[in-house]
Design a protein around this ligand. Sequence first.
Ligand code: NAD
Ligand code: ZN
Length: 399
Amino acid sequence: MNFFKKCYCRLFQTMFRLMLPFMPYREPTILNSYDDVVKLFEDNKIERVLLVTDEGISKLGLAKTLEQTLQKNNIKCEIYDKTVPNPTIDNIEEALKQYKKSNCQAIIAFGGGSSMDCAKIVGARVANPKKSVEQMKGLLKVHGKMPLLVAVPTTAGTGSETTLAAVIVNTKTKDKYAINAFPLIPRYALLDENLTLNLPPHITSTTGMDALTHAIEAYIGKSTTPKTRKCALQASKLIFENLEVVYKNGQNKTARKNMLEAAYLAGVAFTKSYVGYVHAIAHSLGGEYGVPHGLANAVVLPYVLRAYGKSAQKKLKKMAVYCGLVDKSIDAGNAAKIFIEKIEQMNKNMGISTKIPELKKEDIPHLAKHAAKEANPLYPVPKEMNEKELVTIYAQISK
Ligand SMILES: NC(=O)c1ccc[n+]([C@@H]2O[C@H](COP(=O)([O-])OP(=O)(O)OC[C@H]3O[C@@H](n4cnc5c(N)ncnc54)[C@H](O)[C@@H]3O)[C@@H](O)[C@H]2O)c1
Ligand SMILES: [Zn+2]
């Protein structure tokens, strides 16, 4: 990237970093049981809610107990279960229709990042009826009072239950983009590891690698705070210690609980400290080919970390030391190398490929353009890269 563009990006990021303490970041209040959810709705005189989820979760009957608990307490629970992975504007509009038709007063976001993000933007549309989803794209475009939103994650990955983001696909343009705004931070979240016990191994591994990517990208970026650094380190350590355990034995409750905590902590870290080029590339692959988000991140992560070279080595060493992967005495270059190789080994152990087979060579230029546009100047990455430099990374991950 040329000198002037680099200066512009860094200036932009510095401005946001200086504004950090004055921004209305918050975390959701954690609920501990379905009875807490009932009490919350009763206290707020809520009698009808929309539960947003997806077909897979619906078929598994994961939300049944919650639905029944609400119904027993005279709270009507409407279900929208058509959310697709990489949720679309059509999903949001369809769910919004149901929300309005049934006179709902609150929303339960029940599922992985796709269901949670869909639910968040349904809430945003309720609060901003005249603004289309397209018009919410980018930073701070959602205003007004959202309906009460309770997030119940069923994957341990996105951390959407604590972030200000929702990632949406416009199927017409194949554009996958983030909507970032403070009202999107859920007011309440319920973390229940029992809901994740039957998550299939491949979804367990890829969503877990998404959480690891959040933690790493937040930590090595240039807009961290003591809290986001601490959360990112704790999240990474938990993931290194628990992800392969739950991949092999999904029924291990303690490890599942640790993974839910890790995903939450990584969410706390990146909602303030941003992500980086791994996510920008992953979003382009999700929009163009529907590659699942966690899988795309898992594949792309080692390539981007290598491309950062020296600029990320010191921080990667700190992570490696904290996670017990290397000794303090080792030099930063070697520590970073071991850290990246550990990620590759984990991917391999969990059957995650080193390439994205869907990626077509002729699509690389426009995908790189999309990724560069998403990341620059917003993401405070360790090393600024332009479209051309990103093309090199795409070339490495194509078959
Ligand atoms: N808002 C944010 O801060 C944020 C952060 C990262 C990613 N995202 C977005 O989140 C989406 C990805 O979310 P995800 O990775 O959680 O996956 P997902 O929500 O797309 O779910 C993936 C699959 O897992 C199934 N599933 C979910 N929970 C299950 C369970 N407990 N048991 C069995 N099957 C289950 C679903 O039915 C679905 O088929 C992407 O669109 C991504 O861009 C958002
Ligand atoms: Zn992610």
